[in-house]
Design a protein around this ligand. Structure first.
Ligand code: IPM
Ligand code: MG
Length: 398
């Protein structure tokens, strides 16, 4: 390796350090949470995305609009379609999020987003950054909240995945130092760790669960995971009533599939990449990644989405209409709860429990031997509107 290569890498490192220091300053300066109840009009943006995205988003949008019919009619809520966040447009502009799309997103208070395709090295697309990752960063959506529930097994997990730092924040800013050495970076900041850990503890306290599990690999990744864990130790002191423990990601991954232990875990808080992986596992246990929704929350904006990808294979094979919209419907319920429509959010959640776990009058298989997303969307709508929804849900879940 020659001096020029080393110097280029050093210079690159200096530049990203400066950016990260600026981000820390922004976090320090950030002012409190958005209060949706004070808005004259709440603007909800709907982004279809790629692959099966536009199909499943459409069904979630329909249900959302139905639940908000009165608020939309009175102008208290506006549901707005945002176009242009497609893989074609992103590749054409070589931007993770085209400028005009980002500007539109910033005019909304909350966004319901279908999955977007993320190019990876060697798949023929230009190697642009993931739209998800860019959106989480641009809108500072630092908390990725992913609930997974299996009532009949007593499983009730809420994952608080750190959403802006870790291996993701500089995921597109690693260096190929020379032909032989590639280096990526992972970042943990005190401020970034504090805010996600605090949110997890707040949730545990507010819901009376009073239990938090911190997941890292601090025995090996000593600096960044070490920081995450020591920040957790400090924050935990502010919540004496919340019991907490820490686990390493490898054994945690095993424990989630241990039928004797898994129901013990309740609220889990973890760095970005571990959260990405563990929540796919958790969703699979619940019935597949298609069944889980996800909230990306920041103090100013929030975005709600499926936890899975755009499934281009389903589209190529002509099966997009059979894609399961449950994940997007869960995301819509989380959106409703987040902006304060708690009654509507709860209704949608109960309806989804009935449709996907208890009653299951319609079965989705992802293929033509199962129901279409449209049929499933209608089933959920009918269930939401049932007069006996509450009783039916209570009976089924007791
Ligand atoms: C998720 C997804 C994204 C992530 C991808 C699409 C970049 O897997 O939301 O979990 O890794 O965060
Ligand atoms: Mg993921």
């Amino acid at each position: 390796m020659n001096d020029a290569e080393i110097n280029a890498a050093k210079e690159h490192f200096g530049k990203i350090l400066k950016e990260q220091l600026m981000r820390v300053e922004d976090m320090k300066a950030s002012s409190g949470w958005m209060d949706y109840s004070k808005l004259d009009r709440l603007v909800i943006g709907v982004v279809g995305g790629d692959g099966i995205g536009p199909f499943i988003s459409k069904h979630a949008e329909n249900v959302l609009k139905e639940l908000l019919r009165d608020e939309i009619a009175s102008g208290k809520v506006e549901v707005r379609t945002i176009d242009g966040l497609t893989i074609e447009n992103r590749c054409k502009q070589l931007k993770a999020i085209p400028d005009e799309v980002l500007a539109e997103l910033k005019k909304c208070h909350v966004v319901l987003k279908g999955p977007t395709t993320t190019p990876k090295k060697g798949d023929g697309y230009p190697n642009i950054e993931s739209a998800n990752v860019a959106m989480r960063r641009e809108l500072d959506l630092f908390a990725n909240v992913r609930p997974v529930r299996i009532p009949e097994q007593n499983v009730d997990w809420t994952f608080y995945r750190e959403n802006t730092e870790g291996g993701y924040i500089l995921g597109s800013k690693g260096v190929d130092v020379n032909e032989d050495i590639a280096i990526d970076f992972t970042v943990a900041t005190t401020q970034g760790s504090e805010r996600i850990i605090r949110l997890a503890f707040d949730h545990a306290r507010k819901t009376g669960v009073n239990r938090v599990t911190v997941v890292t690999k601090a025995n090996v990744i000593k600096r960044t995971d070490g920081k995450f864990l020591s920040v957790a130790e400090r924050i935990a002191k502010e919540y004496p009533e919340v019991k907490w423990d820490d686990w390493f990601i490898d054994i945690m991954t095993a424990k989630l599939i241990d039928p004797y232990r898994r129901a013990d875990f309740k609220v889990m808080v973890l760095p970005n990449l571990y959260g990405d992986i563990l929540t796919d596992e958790a969703a699979q246990i619940q019935g597949g990644v298609g069944t889980a929704g996800s909230a990306n929350i920041g103090s100013r904006y929030a975005m709600f989405e499926a936890i899975h990808g755009s499934a281009p294979r389903m589209v190529d094979e002509g099966r997009a209409q059979y894609a399961d919209p449950s994940s997007m419907l869960k995301a819509a319920a989380m959106l409703l709860n987040h902006v304060g429509f708690l009654e509507k959010g709860r209704k949608l959640e109960m309806a989804l429990d009935l449709c996907t776990q208890f009653e299951k009058r319609i079965k989705m298989t992802g293929r033509s031997d199962g129901a279409t997303g449209e049929e499933f969307g209608r089933y959920v709508l009918e269930t939401v509107e049932r007069k006996d929804l509450e009783e039916a849900w209570k009976k089924a879940s007791s």
